[in-house]
Design a protein. Structure first.
Length: 94
């Protein structure tokens, strides 16, 4: 997996975490992960396991597919529409 994919995934996690009002520490405790490991995921330095992706998705109240959808496509961003925790709207960027 390339660095860009890890960074795109990490950005999505970080944006959703902040949007939901979680500090890094509180979110790490919520999902049962080490805070430093979560930082490494958010900055694209680590590749999480499927189990960790599931825990992140559950903690953010989104699906795993939402977290992973098109993170490997540089011209697509995924935005939470606020209508429901598992809703997603895709928009082209560029």
């Amino acid at each position: 997996m390339g660095t860009e994919v890890r960074q795109a995934f990490g950005r999505r996690v970080r944006e959703l975490r902040i949007e939901r009002g979680y500090s890094l520490r509180k979110f790490a405790l919520t999902i049962g992960a080490d805070k430093s490991y979560l930082v490494d995921i958010e900055y694209g330095r680590k590749s999480p396991t499927l189990d960790t992706i599931w825990r992140i998705a559950s903690g953010l109240d989104v699906t795993m597919s939402y977290l992973l959808f098109e993170v490997d496509s540089p011209h697509v961003s995924c935005e939470y529409d606020g209508s429901g925790a598992k809703a997603a709207a895709l928009t082209a960027t560029g």
